[in-house]
Design a protein around this ligand. Structure first.
Ligand code: ZN
Length: 738
């Protein structure tokens, strides 16, 4: 597992790196936690970057920290998870009304913002397998009625007819019969290994397991290699029965549970597939949309279906051909083979019928106008739609967000006014492809510091809580910012979030940092790849961003079992971690909105970029690619010099810091590439993108590194030039303050 912060909205695997390496950990010890840890910390910081004098802010912080209430968070989660609420459904709209009600009660100017977007609907999903003699070895997928399986009184509501059956959203409809090949996690390296074995997937149905990558990227690669269909299954060794007790006895995935999820080609562009780059506002003329038959750039053209471990087992067992490599062996109790035996093939017939249609979705937007810098927006959000009940994903995030909003409301009553404008967002249709956030960003962000307003930071939550391990992914300029906040927030097990985070990092020191850039005080920060709603902000609009979570064993991810009962039994029984996340999230908003000068740490960003460049130069050398890095290293050096000069001014900000602020918030948009990335112009950030072939995982300086991966010297050299220009623009932005 890569060491980046897991994007648990769509893939909870990094936590498996925490929990699956040693023998499965028992359920986290929430029973030892106090539901309401003290809201003030003895050693609260007195000096905080961005504030001339932290005294007044420390007082507001203390008032804020006292508000988020575990009992109310529980009530929010119970309400939000009462029914399945997939995007665009009446139940989804009911959750929008609930959230809007809480925003209004806290005193936020609140509106429900609709968009008209393409959504995919489940239909027929049939999979049959036949051995070489033509005997049927499998027909399914089997329905998994929860109440019957668990044999208990819990979760009886899970036989509700509103429950979305397992399906792969955006699969093509199709009826395909073809031999099967097993391709492990379906990563580029897995397909390459098959090719090395002399096994082609052209014309075949590829069986891959979930994990290690975004599922849509597995489909993207299989399709590029000529596969006619893809089966995505959940292996017991990943988040299922080989990792620990399964639900309802433990937090892990029952063998009968398939994973719902989108297979949109997210690294090409997210959002409404018909409107890349423009907002799907109601009434958008049809002529402004890409017609349904021309959407292949962003969506699969082959059928895709999810399978549970139980359903995949007879197929894998009957699969002949070469023995699978040891790392490809999963948790089913027989030796895996890869197939590809043309003389005696195992054949699968799959029939998938799905239909896409324009639907209305609803973002809920709450605003607190800034008293001094109303044109500077500080945005924080979490999605609200769920595949089914969505307790962890995303109900825990919404519950925490609502308690953060509750805290802001109390401060407003006490006379607090944010210096900058605060915008809190409850996004819709994240699960289908970050749609609600992407459309809002496409409607509201100009990426121009000279626009009517500028969003200067975006704070994301998604699965706020699935366990006790605090995680953060952030742009380097906000890493110090988050650490200072974590020092103010108590941990449910005593001490501060910061202290436990640091300990957790010590446990994970054996894992290489994604950036391979470390210093003695380095925390384990993830890089922002994709898989949640920060993507349109950072990677399309050039808005600096963070994403926080509190992770644990989460085998019910994207299943009907991710419900209130699972959450209170295994994730956060006392809602203490939900309270913690509300406090962190709220302080992110408070500090960014109130700082005397924007607390962006550009020397840290410059150091990180230098590391990326040295790493890329080494990768090019290893591949024998002769590239000239002199220009870009010179540009990075100039950026670093400018960053130090500005940092000195931030430490002693002038009485009027408006010009300094403008210089600071102009840097991230300056890092956008005017032409975007090769093959995928919607993605414009020169430093971070979801990899074309890695999906959730970030590729740093993506234009350069992906060209090196492709051994494309002219493209790599031109991307080095584009990156140098971006760094020059960022330097020029900083120098306007010097
Ligand atoms: Zn999510």
């Amino acid at each position: 597992m890569p060491s980046f912060r897991p994007v648990v909205s769509l893939l909870p695997l990094a936590l498996l790196a925490v929990y699956a390496q040693p023998p499965p950990a028992p359920a986290p010890m929430q029973d030892k936690t106090s539901p309401t840890p003290r809201a003030t910390i003895d050693a609260a910081p007195t000096r905080v970057f961005g504030f001339r004098d932290f005294t007044q802010q420390a007082a507001w912080d203390a008032e804020f920290l006292a508000v988020p209430d575990p009992a109310l968070a529980r009530q929010h989660l119970k309400t939000l998870t009462a029914s399945p609420h997939r995007a665009g459904s009446p139940e989804d709209y009911a959750t929008a009304l609930y959230v809007a009600g809480r925003f209004k009660a806290a005193g936020l100017q609140t509106e429900i913002v609709p968009y008209t977007v393409l959504l995919d609907q489940p239909g027929t999903n049939l999979v049959e397998a036949f051995d070489a003699a033509g005997h049927k070895v499998f027909a399914g997928p089997a329905p998994a009625p929860v109440a019957a399986e668990t044999g208990s009184a819990i979760d009886t509501s899970q036989d509700d007819p509103h429950i979305t059956p397992p399906f792969s959203a955006w699969s093509a409809s199709g009826d395909v019969t073809a031999p099967v090949v097993y391709a492990n996690y379906g990563r580029l390296a897995d397909f390459q290994l098959l090719a090395d074995f002399g096994i082609s997937v052209k014309g075949k149905i590829v069986l891959v397991r979930n994990g290690g990558d975004y599922r849509g990227v597995k489909v993207y690669i299989a399709q590029q290699r000529g596969a006619r269909g893809v089966l995505l299954y959940s292996d017991p060794s990943d988040d299922g029965s080989r990792s620990g007790s399964t639900y309802p006895d433990g937090p892990f995935r029952p063998d009968s549970a398939a994973q719902l999820g989108s297979v949109q080609f997210l690294p090409i562009y997210p959002g409404d597939p018909t409107t890349p780059g423009i907002a799907s506002a109601p009434g958008l003329p049809a002529a402004d949309r890409i017609p349904a038959d021309k959407l292949q750039n962003d969506l699969p053209s082959i059928p895709v279906a999810p399978l549970s471990a139980s359903d995949a087992a007879p197929i894998l067992r009957a699969l002949g051909g070469l023995a699978a490599p040891r790392e490809w062996q999963g948790g089913l109790s027989f030796p895996y083979h890869v197939g590809g035996d043309d003389a005696a093939p195992l054949t699968v017939h799959m029939r998938v019928v799905q239909r896409s249609e324009l639907c209305t979705i609803w973002d809920v937007i709450g605003t607190i106008p800034g008293s001094e810098e109303p044109r500077q927006w500080v945005v924080a959000g979490n999605h609200r739609d769920a595949w089914v009940y969505g307790a962890g994903d995303p109900g825990s995030g919404t519950a925490a967000m609502l308690e953060a909003v509750h805290g802001l409301g109390v401060l407003l009553q006490h006379g607090w006014k944010p210096r900058r404008t605060i915008v809190v967002a409850s996004w819709d249709a994240e699960e289908e492809g970050l749609i609600g956030s992407t459309e809002w960003v496409e409607q509201n962000e100009t990426a121009s510091p000279a626009g009517p307003h500028r969003t200067i930071a975006y704070f994301n939550m998604d699965v706020a809580v699935s366990g006790p391990v605090f995680t953060v992914a952030a742009v380097p300029s906000l890493r110090e910012f988050v650490q200072q906040i974590a020092k103010e927030v108590p941990s449910p097990v005593g001490g501060t979030v910061y202290q436990h985070w640091k300990k957790g990092d010590d446990r994970q020191q054996h894992k290489p940092a994604a950036s391979a850039v470390t210093n003695s005080d380095a925390f384990h920060f993830g890089d922002l790849g994709s898989g949640s709603d920060y993507t349109p902000f950072l990677q399309h609009a050039g808005v600096t961003a963070t994403d926080i979570g509190s992770d644990g064993p989460y085998g019910v991810y994207h299943t009907v079992y991710d419900d209130y009962d699972w959450f209170v039994r295994f994730a956060d029984p006392a809602f203490a971690y939900t309270q913690q996340q509300a406090r962190i999230f709220g302080l992110e908003l408070l500090h960014m909105a109130d700082a005397d000068v924007l607390p962006f740490d550009y020397p840290a960003y410059a150091r990180e970029i230098f590391g990326y460049l040295i790493q890329a130069r080494n990768r090019a050398a290893v591949r024998g690619l002769d590239l000239d890095f002199a220009g870009v290293l010179n540009a990075a050096g100039n950026f670093e010099a400018a960053s130090h000069a500005v940092h000195q001014r931030q430490l002693a900000p002038p009485a009027d810091a408006a010009d300094l602020d403008r210089a600071l918030f102009s840097v991230e948009p300056a890092l956008l590439l005017p032409a975007g990335l090769p093959h995928r112009p919607w993605y414009r950030h020169s430093i971070y993108a979801p990899g074309e072939f890695t999906g959730y995982e970030a590729v740093v300086i993506p234009g350069v590194n992906e060209a090196i991966d492709a051994a494309d010297i002219p493209r790599a050299q031109s991307q080095l030039g584009a990156l140098a220009q971006a760094l020059d623009r960022a330097t020029a932005a900083l120098n306007t303050a010097n």
